[in-house]
Write a protein that binds this ligand. Structure first.
Ligand SMILES: Cc1cc2nc3c(=O)[nH]c(=O)nc-3n(C[C@H](O)[C@H](O)[C@H](O)COP(=O)(O)OP(=O)(O)OC[C@H]3O[C@@H](n4cnc5c(N)ncnc54)[C@H](O)[C@@H]3O)c2cc1C
Length: 424
């Protein structure tokens, strides 16, 4: 049996741990800062929309445990709001496969229990650097999956791969019951509103601890009127401010929230994150860290690649990373998990997936002119809206049509010339 440790129990760490246990031949230890009870009783962690391709990975691994219970979101309505209360441009992005959002408190708590049920070892404690080094010394491979912040700082920033040195949005989310829906006959749909210079609002049906709910996420330009939750209000107070903002900016949404109630005491989230990419291998050579001859550990998920949630990619990317690392680990057979292998494992994932996710998310944060043209064209041509939906689901396609003004112009010209023709 090969001994593998995973520090951190989120999408990346738990999916990888459960994958290794299913593969067999691995003695898996997960170190988690929180117990299932603490997760379920704690605050919300994310809005965690998962698109079709990531859900397929979970399904294939037998981990999509909420498929029947979570609302299956088949489309996203997009609205441009150029000034308060004005809907300028609207279109619907139909997803090729449904998306779903399962409260990570529910999902990670259950996956953590599954690790133990399926023969893994779970240690409940928060690792510091010396603790991580002790874990790494006792295992053939240690994967660090502790999310952004904290211990992720042991991995050096890769500034060439991420242009940001500060948060581009502040984030405020609320989970609520009793939210109305614009068209009940249309089935579960997500909605996104963009208010240039102010921020974005995302609304999506989801599954939480107490059943189906709706999640609202403000992506606020720092200092804008949407950026009004920095004092981290309790859920009830956050709801009052939400109603006020909706009445002013998006009055067509305000009535839908008149009977809304926060789902629970932990229903509100506030934060701000700096998009980042880090180097995949850290060498732990004692409290001061550093040297390349220390014990090497490999990062995964938000530890290495932090995307602003504006495109809803972080958990999807973590799922892809766990899948890629699982294949790399099992493909390694009995050979040593060297630092070179660690580098190659991440670089392969970076080139095949992660860089496209980062590029797509950077584009959505910065909204260059050619991307604005895509949104305009999506309102006029359904194939453009569909391709945009598919790019959210799997940003690899970003490179083929959004990565430069020339690529986008060529595609939009082709669609305009033959709107009913074959769609690339
Ligand atoms: C507001 C918001 C909305 C989002 N919406 C979406 C979305 O719609 N779709 C999407 O795909 N992504 C979304 N994301 C991003 C997504 O939540 C993350 O990218 C994803 O959860 C990362 O998974 P991870 O496993 O890498 O890390 P995490 O989920 O952060 O898990 C890390 C785990 O490690 C544990 N841990 C931390 N430190 C230690 C330690 N020292 N010792 C032991 N354990 C430790 C933590 O308790 C946690 O359980 C959103 C994020 C935010 C903030």
């Amino acid at each position: 049996m090969r001994r593998i440790a995973i520090a951190g129990a989120g999408q990346a760490g738990l999916q990888l741990a459960l994958g290794l246990l299913a593969a067999g031949g691995y003695e898996v230890t997960v170190v988690s800062a929180r117990t299932p009870g603490q997760l379920r009783g704690g605050p919300v962690l994310s809005t965690q929309a998962m698109f079709g391709p990531a859900l397929r990975i979970e399904r294939a691994a037998g981990l999509d445990l909420w498929a029947g219970a979570a609302p299956a979101v088949r489309s996203v309505d997009a609205v441009l709001v150029p000034e308060p209360g004005v809907r300028a441009l609207e279109f619907t992005m139909t997803l090729t496969e449904p998306a779903q959002s399962v409260d990570q408190r529910l999902k990670m708590a259950r996956w953590l229990e599954l690790v133990a049920e399926r023969g893994g070892r779970v240690e409940y404690r928060s690792l510091d650097r010396p603790g991580l080094r002790r874990v790494a010394e006792a295992h053939e491979l240690t994967v660090v999956a502790v999310g952004r912040g904290g211990l992720s700082g042991i991995f050096a920033p890769d500034t060439a791969r991420s242009p940001f040195d500060a948060p581009q949005r502040t984030l405020a989310a609320l989970y609520a019951h009793g939210v109305g829906t614009p068209d009940p006959s249309a089935g579960p749909r997500a909605r996104m509103h963009a208010v240039p210079g102010v921020g974005e609002l995302y609304l999506q049906p989801a599954l939480t601890l107490s059943g189906p709910c709706d999640i609202l996420l403000w992506e606020a330009v720092p200092g804008s009127p949407f950026d009004c939750f920095a004092d981290r209000p309790e859920p009830a107070e956050q709801l009052l401010r939400i109603r006020e903002l909706l009445r002013t900016y998006l009055p067509w949404e305000a009535d839908l929230w008149s009977a809304a109630e926060p789902t629970d005491a932990g229903a509100a989230l506030y934060g701000a994150l700096t998009p980042a990419v880090r180097r995949p291998v850290a060498h732990l050579d004692g409290a001061t860290g550093g040297g390349a001859d220390g014990v090497a550990v490999l990062g995964i998920g938000d530890v290495l690649v932090v995307n602003d949630p504006i495109t809803g990619q972080g958990a999807n990317s973590a799922a892809r990373a766990a899948d890629a690392y699982l294949a790399a680990i099992t493909g390694r057979g009995g050979a040593a998990f060297t630092p070179e292998w660690m580098h190659a494992t991440f670089e392969d994932f970076w080139h095949r997936h992660a860089r496209h996710t980062v590029d797509f998310t950077t584009a959505m944060l910065t909204m260059p002119d050619h991307l604005q043209a895509v949104f305009g064209a999506a309102a006029a041509y359904e194939p453009v809206a569909r391709r945009l939906a598919d790019t959210y689901a799997d940003p690899v396609d970003h490179a083929a049509w959004l990565a430069s003004p020339e690529l986008t112009a060529a595609y939009l010209a082709a669609v305009a010339a033959a709107p009913d023709g074959p769609v690339p």
